[in-house]
Design a protein around this ligand. Structure first.
Ligand code: KG4
Ligand code: ZN
Length: 345
């Protein structure tokens, strides 16, 4: 008998639902993006995000079932992002999942958003342990060691801005529309990395990251140029910024992969869509025949519910079922989430 999992994701500005079969096969995957509504504010407005989720969730769920030709009765479990994210946004997904699961007496599974980003890769390639995941998104920059399914150990993380956040803030200074990451990536490929921005290596044995110094350096360079009446080419600023971010991410991931002797390196989250990062990682790991490098397809890098269902499928198999009092947890820690699922096994 096949296993079907319904996934629901509403942690930020995408209302998403998906059905996956046997943990790895996408049956249907629907994402309603709110980017257009947030663009004029230059970022995600939490109140507007919640309201959109309320308007969209039923439509998105109906479309997900219709596309799959399945009903809620065919599902083995309902998996939902319980955190981290915007509390009002998360609540819409959590309540929709609880309502559906309770009404149809299906098991309910809470999923950590970052576990979802990592498990997006399992929709395309089986995971092999130990693995190292570089999770780079609008809210996260983390190096995570996984020794087995459902086990997450953070070995490095950002001390200030997340990589995607730095992209979006620098893009805003360049007066590019939200979200700036994809546009910066595009511009970077048309320019030259001819401005020497700093690289934050931190202490020698640290796998932590820091992007706020780089962000300030870019903003200061732009202001100084303006004061002198000079204009810097947007493309060159983007290329120089991207060169700094990509070099630090690639180098630290490479060192950590060697230190922990991992079989796979996974790049996940919205910034995993970055063409410069994908190319640099491929070049860096080319010679390492014992390490397999995985990136999800572009549509699975940014927020979606197929990844939540994929992580949910593993949690479900491990017996990690949520209670009916499951709540949105805006600051859910990945390691606490992992420990909890180990305890409940
Ligand atoms: O994973 P995601 O959809 O949402 C979060 O969980 O945060 O990631 C969104 C982030 C945004 O900061 C966006 O600018 C960034 O990913 N992003 C990119 C690219 N595509 C999306 N950053 C750099 N280059 C890209 N191609
Ligand atoms: Zn995300």
């Amino acid at each position: 008998m096949s296993e079907y999992i319904l996934g629901i994701e509403t942690s930020c500005d995408e209302t998403a639902a998906a059905i996956i079969k046997d943990g790895r096969e996408i049956v249907s995957n629907v994402v309603a993006s709110q980017i257009e509504s947030h663009k004029r504010f230059g970022g995600v407005v939490p109140e507007i995000a919640s309201r959109h989720h309320v308007e969209q969730i039923t439509i998105v769920l109906e479309e997900t079932f219709a596309k799959a030709g399945l009903t809620i009765d065919d599902m083995d479990a309902v998996a939902v992002t319980e955190g981290p994210g915007l509390v009002g946004a998360l609540l819409v997904g959590v309540n929709a999942a609880k309502g559906l699961a309770y009404a149809h007496q299906k098991p309910l599974v809470g999923v950590h958003h970052i576990a979802g980003h990592i498990y997006a890769n399992r929709l395309e390639k089986e995971l092999e342990f130990p693995l190292l995941a570089l999770v780079v998104s609008g809210g996260h920059t983390e190096l995570i060691l996984m020794k087995e399914h459902g086990n997450f150990e953070i070995i490095g993380e950002t001390r200030d801005d997340a990589a995607g956040e730095a992209y979006d803030k620098v893009a805003r200074t360049l007066e590019l529309p939200y979200p700036g990451g994809p546009k910066m990536d595009q511009l970077a490929h048309q320019g030259e990395a001819n401005i020497d921005f700093p690289r934050a290596w931190l202490e020698e044995d640290s796998f932590d990251f820091s992007f706020s110094g780089l962000k300030s350096a870019v903003i200061n360079t732009l202001h100084n140029a303006k004061q002198k009446g000079e204009t810097l080419k947007q493309e060159d600023v983007a290329a120089s910024f991207q060169a700094s971010v990509v070099e630090v991410l690639t180098e630290k991931t490479f060192q950590a992969a060697k230190q922990y002797g991992v079989k796979q390196v996974i790049v996940a989250g919205g910034v995993a869509a970055n063409k410069g990062l994908r190319a640099a990682m491929q070049t860096k790991f080319e010679q390492e025949e014992t390490v397999e490098l995985l990136f999800p397809s572009l549509s699975l890098c940014t927020d979606n519910a197929a990844m939540i269902a994929a992580a949910g499928s593993i949690a479900f198999k491990q017996g990690h079922h949520a209670q009916w009092d499951l709540n949105a947890n805006p600051s859910l820690s990945l390691e606490r989430y992992a420990k909890r699922s180990m305890l409940e096994r």
